[in-house]
Design a protein around this ligand. Structure first.
Ligand code: SF4
Length: 235
């Protein structure tokens, strides 16, 4: 028998197209796209990632570039000052430790690759998992802020969940070959319907499973508190 989570993922999978946006980019560009996509409109991420891919060829280029130039290139995505420094630091670290070659990390087994990625300042567990899912087709189900919010509202995540516990919970129910799709359709659902502010509950295709719909404001006190706690735990 299907679980509640499996039914929700099934409904959303039939409703939304998936966009494996990373297919057109090199590994370092993909990593940058993941960093830029955090809490940013996808349209702006796309523009900034395109500009980045046009200007820079590799991590070595970025490590040598002036931070002001990186800022200018990624400006359309917003938060460009902080992000430019983060991207440059990551590039420098990659050059110093791995000759700028991300495949020296992505070719390793998952646990080892994730450990090496998260040891680089500016790469957290979510960024590492999305990168490995995209570049290595690792069968993980990364949990971003949209997915965390949706799972809290649906009553699948609870206040004690952190990044790894919620990922394990989701992966225990979603088969490996469906995890990338589940990750992408849940994010799409979060962007289009179950937004952080004013979720469109009347048109929600999974509202019958939602445990907070009855709240007058879904971003209620407990939810907001744990959401903030979660955001501080991942990058
Ligand atoms: S009913 Fe509203 S809060 Fe609940 S999952 Fe749907 S959009 Fe989100």
């Amino acid at each position: 028998m299907e679980t509640k989570l499996q039914k929700i993922v099934q409904i959303l999978s039939e409703k939304y197209e998936i966009n494996e946006w990373w297919e057109r980019y090199a590994p370092f560009e993909t990593l940058v796209g993941i960093i830029l996509s955090q809490r940013t409109y996808w349209k702006n991420v796309r523009v900034a990632t395109e500009r980045f891919a046009e200007r820079f060829n590799c991590a070595g280029d970025v490590a040598k570039a002036d931070v002001e130039e990186i800022e200018e290139v990624i400006k359309p995505a917003g938060l460009y000052r902080i992000r430019a420094r983060r991207i440059k630091n990551i590039a420098k670290d990659l050059v110093e430790k791995y000759d700028g070659k991300l495949n020296k990390i992505s070719n390793l087994p998952y646990d080892e690759a994730k450990k090496k990625l998260t040891s680089i300042k500016g790469i957290g567990p979510k960024t590492a998992d999305v990168f490995l899912m995209a570049i290595k087709k690792e069968r993980v189900l990364p949990v971003d802020v949209h997915i965390f919010r949706i799972m809290r509202r649906l009553g699948i995540a609870d206040e004690r969940d952190d990044y790894e516990s919620l990922r394990a919970k989701l992966e225990s129910e979603i088969p490996p070959e469906q995890r990338t799709k589940a990750h992408l359709v849940l994010i799409e659902f979060g962007r289009r319907v179950c937004g952080s502010q004013n979720p469109k509950c009347e048109e929600c295709p999974v509202k019958r499973y939602c445990e907070v719909r009855r709240w007058s404001h879904p971003a209620g006190h407990n939810y907001a508190r744990s959401h903030l706690a979660y955001q501080s735990l991942i990058i």
